[in-house]
Design a protein around this ligand. Structure first.
Ligand SMILES: *Cc1c(COP(=O)(O)O)cnc(C)c1O
Length: 461
């Protein structure tokens, strides 16, 4: 499989180069040249790992031998605490919640990152090279990246968090990972300070090249690829290929819901994809009006969706603009220069052919957690509740099953769940001793030179 850039000016690459490169050299994002077609009937009754290999093998063809890839997939999904990996739980007569939070850090990012860490390790090992991953976290993504990279001989990972500004559970999920290649830094500053420092390191080309700095951020194609799989398993469980299904997706960077779009392109009978946002609603405003315009970020109880610009949206724009890279570039230039751009009515119609938008406020998020507790008898987290509220609101055909993506374990956002339902969700048994485990991290001042020297001293070179 060859990959092309959404901005049309970078060289086409194979899977292994796309994996390690991330962003294309023309500033665009990589997409497969064509969408492989699935034989859904042949996948019925297979395990999650078997479906995962079948869905992803065409994307890695030419880069990774089949037997090696199957092994990486098997290992990645063996880390999940539920044997089905992404089980469905009934919310109502024709409504389901897909639980995507049985991985090591209790959020759906594990589904992609557990595979991505192994793919990085494999490909770097094959090339005899190493990489340095540096990232900043406001709480959740740091732990998923650390769990993905721990124990790798080819990766050093440094995660910066703002000291005293993440919850104790969030901090401990990162700092109790004691593998030698994992380095936690508590910065005496805010998340924005930590983020600015990471940006500065990436802009320091001498540092970047010397240590082959990379990011495992959400624009990496391999993350989207791994997320296609659970749309396929859910559709199969609910009657595909003979029956249609719709999905409601709690959305931030548009990576997860774009994977649903990819599944549809590959032949999964998906009726609607609902883009569920919280008050940070740039995507729902776009689907309403055709105008994509930045606004200020408002903090909510679903913080993993508090974003201003949805980085993966560029992948959909490429199709909305009928694969015209120059048009994508012009739109994104306008976004950075004047904070927005608009598409034509015909282009908007193309987006609306597959997607509906729904914006859910804080009161409706709380009410949805309470409603699910009352009607279905279990607790869901605030991100899933944004999806659930959108599903209730946007459903058109009562006979088409509606699957809401449960992107986080309720215990990860226990305070919001308790506020809505009066019940405090418990951490799963495998994490029950988290508060007693040994921690390791270094506190550093908010000073780029100190942080750079700290990292350099630990990776050598
Ligand atoms: C990252 C995240 C999302 C948003 O997913 P995108 O792919 O960024 O749209 C939703 N819920 C949770 C819990 C997340 O961590």
């Amino acid at each position: 499989m060859r990959y092309i850039s959404t901005r049309g000016e970078a060289p086409t690459l194979d899977f292994a180069d796309v994996l390690l490169t991330g962003l294309a050299r023309d500033g665009g994002l990589y997409l497969p040249e064509t969408w492989p077609q699935l034989d859904l009937a042949a996948l019925k009754g297979k395990t999650y790992a078997e479906v995962a290999a079948a869905v992803m093998l065409p994307f890695v063809a030419g880069s990774i031998p089949e037997a090696d890839f199957r092994k990486l997939v098997d290992e990645a999904y063996a880390t999940f605490a539920h044997r089905e990996v992404a089980p469905l739980r009934q919310l109502g007569p024709c409504d389901w919640l897909m639980e995507l939070f049985h991985g090591p850090t209790l959020a759906f990012k594990d589904v992609a990152l557990q595979l991505l860490g192994r793919l990085f390790d494999y490909e770097l090992g094959r090339r005899g090279s190493r990489t340095l991953i540096v990232g900043a976290t406001s709480g959740d993504t740091g732990s998923a990246a650390i769990e993905a990279c721990r124990g790798s001989a080819a990766i050093d990972i440094f995660i910066l968090h703002p000291k005293g500004r993440v919850s104790e559970v969030q901090r401990r999920q990162m700092t109790t990972v004691l593998d030698g290649n994992v380095h936690n830094i508590a910065i005496e500053g805010t998340f924005d300070d930590a983020q600015a420092m990471v940006k500065a390191l990436f802009n320091d080309h001498g540092f970047r090249d010397r240590y082959s700095l990379s990011a495992i951020n959400s624009i990496n194609w391999a993350r989207v690829m791994a997320q296609i799989v659970y749309y396929v398993t859910a559709a199969l469980a609910l009657g595909a290929p003979g029956r249609k299904v719709s999905f409601s997706v709690p959305t931030g960077n548009f990576g997860d819901v774009f994977a649903g779009y990819a599944a549809k392109k590959m032949g999964v009978p998906i009726e609607r994809l609902i883009v569920a946002t919280n008050r940070n609603d740039i995507l729902t405003r776009f689907l309403d009006t055709g105008e994509y315009r930045m606004d200020d970020v408002t903090p909510t109880m679903s913080p993993s969706m508090d974003i201003q610009v949805a980085s993966n949206f560029e992948r959909l724009l490429y199709d909305v603009f009928e694969r015209d890279g120059a048009r994508v570039r012009a739109a994104l230039d306008s976004l950075s220069q004047s904070r927005g751009f608009a598409v034509t009515p015909a282009e908007l119609a193309r987006a609306r052919a597959d997607f509906d938008g729904a914006r859910v406020d804080e009161a409706e998020t709380l009410a949805t957690m309470a409603r699910v507790r009352k009607e279905a008898g279990f607790l869901i987290d605030p991100h899933g509740a944004v999806g659930g509220a959108a599903a209730y609101r946007r459903r058109v055909d009562p006979d088409v099953p509606m699957v809401t993506l449960g992107t986080a374990h309720p215990a990860k956002f226990g305070a919001a769940v308790a506020q809505a339902t009066g019940e405090e969700p418990a951490l799963p048994p495998r994490m029950a001793d988290l508060l007693a485990r040994e921690e390791r991290y270094t506190v550093l001042p908010n000073d780029l030179a100190v942080v750079r020297a700290h990292i350099a001293a630990r990776v050598g070179g």
